[in-house]
Ligand binder design. Sequence first.
Ligand code: FVH
Length: 303
Amino acid sequence: MAPHHRPTHDPQLRNDMPNQTVAVLGLGAMGSAIAARLRDTGHDTAVWNRTAAKTAPHAEAGSRAAATVAEAAASSDVVLVVLLDHGSVREHLEPVAAELKDKVVVNLTTTTPNEARSTAAWAAEHGLTYLDGAIMATPDMIGTPVSRLLYSGERAAFDAAHEVLATLGAADYEGEDAGLASLKDMALLTSMYQLFSGFIQAAAMMRTVGVPAVATAGEVSGWLGAILPHLDQFAAVIDSRDYSGGQSADFTRAAIGSLITASREQGVGADFLEPLLSRLDELSATGRGGADWTAVNEQLAIR
Ligand code: FVH
């Protein structure tokens, strides 16, 4: 395939390195942002979407609209898959395995670690060069300094597609296990949703006395900003597995119990906090109430 040179007037992007040609499969909010970014950085792009009408604005903007996945892949060095979920990825890649040979297939669709490993195994069976990716960004962030994408799987695939991947955001390679990017993505999203659900409960509590959520958001941001540096201390205890110091489980039980009671007194359920109290109760019941409360991490293991 003939390499393309960046037709750009941006001196920062202009260089003599050939650009890779790229297929973007899936033109939802994220696929569209990725296709636009690739065009903006001078990449020749082919686009495919299940609902073909969504290719029209991309064609007008300079991409080639492909009628099939195979057609999009045929003209491309790198195939970026940005579909809804694991099922849709497998549904559309499996019939065209032969056409994906000699391409670098990068799956940016959100999947679980085991789904990522399963697709990597399928790709290996078919002799494909495959990389799994996880996008730590929203569509409007793509290509900006705050965009970060994680990748795992074949190092050679990461290196081969790096020129393209680097246009989307910071490109971090997590390791050969194809599930690693997804695992970190899921871990970060887990912490994000639990943090956000804490805010949602706080807003519900403060609304009972007429405080708007926007005011509570400001308070929560300030408080979390002050308290988040403590994560490093928690992490050191968890890594050492030495729970002999710090804030005890019994102290924390009492604190969480008060939070739950206060919430209920205001007529607001404390559903998000109750599982934590249950875990702390377990620690106490097994004679470990004096242990650092972060010992609850050990109880999360599914036995
Ligand atoms: N949007 C975001 O902020 C997040 C950021 C983190 C990563 N996610 C993941 O990116 C994947 C795509 O997300 P999206 O935002 O583009 O999602 P939608 O706008 O809903 O578009 C979905 C596209 O998937 C196509 N699609 C759905 N089901 C099928 C199927 N069975 N076969 C083929 N394509 C399918 C859909 O096509 P259509 O409905 O237009 O025909 C869209 O192209 C996703 O994994 C996020 O978790 C985004």
